[in-house]
Design a protein around this ligand. Sequence first.
Ligand SMILES: NC(=O)c1ccc[n+]([C@@H]2O[C@H](COP(=O)([O-])OP(=O)(O)OC[C@H]3O[C@@H](n4cnc5c(N)ncnc54)[C@H](O)[C@@H]3O)[C@@H](O)[C@H]2O)c1
Length: 315
Amino acid sequence: MQNVLVTGGAGFIGSNLINELLKDNEKRIFVFDNLSTGRLENLALDNPLLTFFNIDLLSDFNDWPVIENLNYIYHLSANADVRGGFKDRETDFKQNVLVTKSVCDYAKANNCKHFVFASSAAVYGDPEIFPTPETSFLRQTSIYGASKLAGEAYVQAYSEYSDFQSSIFRFVSWIGNGYSHGVIYDFYKKLLFSPERLEILGDGNQRKSFLDVTDGVKGILSLTNHEKATEIFNLGHTEIMNITKLAKIVCDYLKLDNTKFIYSGSNRGWIGDSPLVHLDISKAKTYGWIPKVSIKTGITNTLDYLSADKENIFR
Ligand SMILES: NC(=O)c1ccc[n+]([C@@H]2O[C@H](COP(=O)([O-])OP(=O)(O)OC[C@H]3O[C@@H](n4cnc5c(N)ncnc54)[C@H](O)[C@@H]3O)[C@@H](O)[C@H]2O)c1
């Protein structure tokens, strides 16, 4: 039996990952989460293999429960709101840098064997090469991206000098079942309350990749079998889509054909937003992973999920 810790396991990506990990009945899963954005309803708490601890990871790691024979840590907790960094410059530093250092300390103290870190395409800032490979120059344009890059650096350094290996994943935007924040959520919510007009941040020409959660979870689980102290993988998609097209898909889904799109203007949705996010996934492909769900189908999966539970999700 393997012991696995998922920080931020009550969140969107964490809870989907846990559902997959529980399938083989061979792992005991521990979750540390303070429920700041995560939800207990996301977790199968009646499963005896799952143990939830309500812990704020800004607390001293020495006070966190000890987990014997700790094989894996999937460190997913973070401030996942990418937009607010320049207004509130403390949150990303605390939640994404300090917490990551504490989780590394905890991994070291508990002899963890493998550390998985959720980083982001934001670490590329405004890259010069598209699709952007892992080797690109990392010129930072957002506080969120900078905090994720600092987190990556800590994970790498600890894996050189501790007994754990690490896998660092630079994600594009995840969508699909359990989706709780991001552009589709925002559009859906705005259209529910005022279907006649939709405010779109930027000029609508920003092009992004999106990854369905089923593909993303498979990527995380299949790409940790490597021999290096640290490997970095882009987890993205071969496709991209512009934001106006995405807005039209949401309107079509809601059967709205007269919605007026109102653009906030520039080619960026917010300070630090990248007008084009398209990651090169060749490296992950050489390890046998490839996304199977098209962006359009992933968006429909997301809208199906939001529609099925809209009273709770948008309460
Ligand atoms: N969702 C995406 O599209 C995306 C893209 C790139 C990177 N990421 C990264 O992937 C990870 C997971 O993202 P997500 O979309 O599931 O976000 P999420 O907000 O749904 O999940 C984060 C979880 O961490 C918990 N948490 C936050 N601060 C905490 C703290 N101090 N102590 C304990 N728990 C805490 C929250 O309650 C939540 O359950 C994050 O690190 C995020 O930065 C996500």
